[in-house]
Design a protein around this ligand. Structure first.
Ligand SMILES: Nc1ncnc2c1ncn2[C@@H]1O[C@H](COP(=O)(O)OP(=O)(O)OP(=O)(O)O)[C@@H](O)[C@H]1O
Ligand SMILES: [Mg+2]
Length: 328
């Protein structure tokens, strides 16, 4: 299978623990912590491994937290290329409050990356992507990195001939100009990008198509949480209902969905079937607690429910929407 590379500019060591009640001032004694590598691209690479595809995770790594992430990634059997940086990689803390079932998530900004480190990282991505067919860019940017960094990634990766898939938000999404194959905003992110409420499906399709008409990308998969997803290209739109499942934890549905879609695309499935596999992987992620990854048997079962058991359709390469390069 052709290679997949994931890019995580701002990885985190996700620490998950629990306590009976979070209260101010007093010490809150917590249970045994669980540690997971986190950050969009790292999660996508880990889920791809669960699905049976190998991806190389590329990320900056600083200090002992960075090394702890590298150890965990290696233990999971995920291939990686890391760039050692001077700053310390961040940690994120999730506390599950057992008395109420509420979840508290504390997210730190991440280390400041120097411009030399940014340039070295871009070189590392270029090297890793030289044989790749898909490069997935996911997550936030750390402090000091310009908002258009992902556009630079799209430019270098595009030159190599790989397709770029982007899942990001805020300024990093706003600064994308072109050369991207697929963008996966959530409805919250597309509302922010358009500045509109997008309350009805027609508005959502129009908002997603704006990304295409402006030349940012060829395909938009708009994720609608419990409402499912919308696939939008220049001339096509298709709605995919979600799978009705009891939610154990909502963490990571988007990353899992991206992994499912990229799995399908890298296997040359049609766009529609790739989105169905993404919706299945998103729902499967909701079946496992906290940062635990989805299970392959859940993904396969959900996909089979969506397709009445029929195998995925292969795409004919020429039917894929064309990517427009960014104007320099
Ligand atoms: N409650 C749910 N029930 C069924 N499927 C869901 C549910 N929540 C999410 N999903 C599936 O996972 C996909 C991704 O979820 P969502 O739209 O919440 O994206 P997200 O990237 O996790 O959101 P955000 O980045 O804004 O936090 C959805 O399109 C859907 O297929
Ligand atoms: Mg998301």
């Amino acid at each position: 299978m052709p290679g997949i590379v994931t890019v995580t500019m701002n990885p985190a060591l996700d620490i998950t623990t629990s306590t009976s009640m979070v209260v101010p001032t007093s010490k809150v004694r917590c249970g045994e912590p669980r540690r997971d590598p986190g950050g969009g691209g790292l999660n996508v690479a880990r889920v791809l491994r669960v699905l049976g595809a190998s991806a190389t995770a590329v990320f900056p790594s600083g200090g002992h937290i960075g090394r702890a992430i590298e150890d965990l990634v290696a233990t999971e059997g995920v291939a990686m290329r890391s760039l050692t940086i001077r700053g310390s990689t961040r940690e994120s803390l999730t506390i599950n409050e057992t008395e109420t079932g509420l979840q508290y998530r504390f997210v730190l900004p991440g280390p400041r990356m120097t411009s030399m480190e940014q340039a070295a990282f871009l070189d590392l991505v270029t090297e890793a992507a030289s044989e790749a067919s898909y490069v997935v860019v996911s997550g936030s940017l750390p402090p000091g990195v310009p908002d258009d960094f992902y556009q630079h990634v799209a430019d270098v990766v595009g030159e190599l001939g790989a397709r770029v898939v982007v899942d990001t938000s805020g300024p990093a999404l706003r600064q994308l100009r072109g050369g991207v194959f697929l963008v996966k905003p959530s409805i919250r992110e597309l509302r922010e990008w358009t500045g509109r409420k997008l309350q009805v499906v027609d508005d959502q399709v129009a908002g997603a198509r704006e990304l295409i008409v402006r030349g940012v990308c060829a395909v938009v998969v708009l994720s609608l949480g419990a409402e499912g997803a919308l696939l939008v290209t220049r001339h096509q739109e298709e709605y995919f209902p979600s799978i009705d499942v009891p939610v154990v934890s909502g963490v990571g549905a988007g990353d899992s969905m991206v992994a499912g879609m990229v799995y399908g695309l890298a296997h040359r499935w049609s766009l529609s079937d790739s989105v169905r596999y993404g919706v299945s992987a998103g729902a499967a992620m909701l079946q496992t607690p906290g940062t635990a990854l989805c299970r392959l048997e859940d993904v396969k079962r959900f996909y089979s429910e969506l397709t009445d058991g029929s195998a995925p359709t292969r795409s004919s390469g020429s039917s894929a929407p064309a990517v427009r390069r960014a104007d320099r």
